[in-house]
Design a protein around this ligand. Structure first.
Ligand code: AMP
Ligand code: ZN
Length: 122
């Protein structure tokens, strides 16, 4: 937990967010500035700054977090199958384009094709 972290505050319910999922370990909510028709953020409840802080010891919860992503994508409007799909993105650190220093996965999808670009605004 980190007192001044915006995503910790969302996790604790101290600032509003359009939550679509929560359990003991994870929270998912709508990105406030969506890059596509579906744009969710999946966060850890525990304050971990970024994927740079992850080691093999974290494989358990990290696996559960990644395994949650396809379910949340489908439940929130991403299209199924090879012609549908979604993008799972973890910006990590300043040079990785991370703005909020609390580990999160972007789940991005909907009807807009990506045409091979690596980031929504690349
Ligand atoms: P990143 O650049 O990977 O750190 O992405 C941070 C994301 O958090 C951006 O897509 C923002 O639009 C989003 N964001 C920032 N503040 C909020 C908030 N209060 N509620 C929902 N999404 C937010
Ligand atoms: Zn935090």
């Amino acid at each position: 937990m980190s007192d001044n972290c915006i995503f910790c505050k969302i996790s604790r319910g101290e600032i509003p967010a359009k939550k679509v999922y929560e359990d003991d370990e994870f929270v998912a909510f709508q990105d406030i500035n969506p890059a596509a028709p579906v744009h969710l953020l999946l966060i850890t409840r525990r304050h971990i700054e970024s994927m740079q802080d992850v080691s093999p010891d974290d494989a358990g919860w990290l696996g559960r977090m990644m395994a949650l992503a396809p379910r949340l994508a489908l439940e929130n409007g991403c299209n199924p199958g090879a012609q549908g799909g979604f993008r799972l993105l973890a910006n990590s650190g300043a040079e990785g384009g991370q703005e909020v220093p609390h580990l999160h996965f972007h789940i991005i999808g909907g009807s807009r094709p990506w045409k091979g670009r690596v980031a929504p605004n690349a």
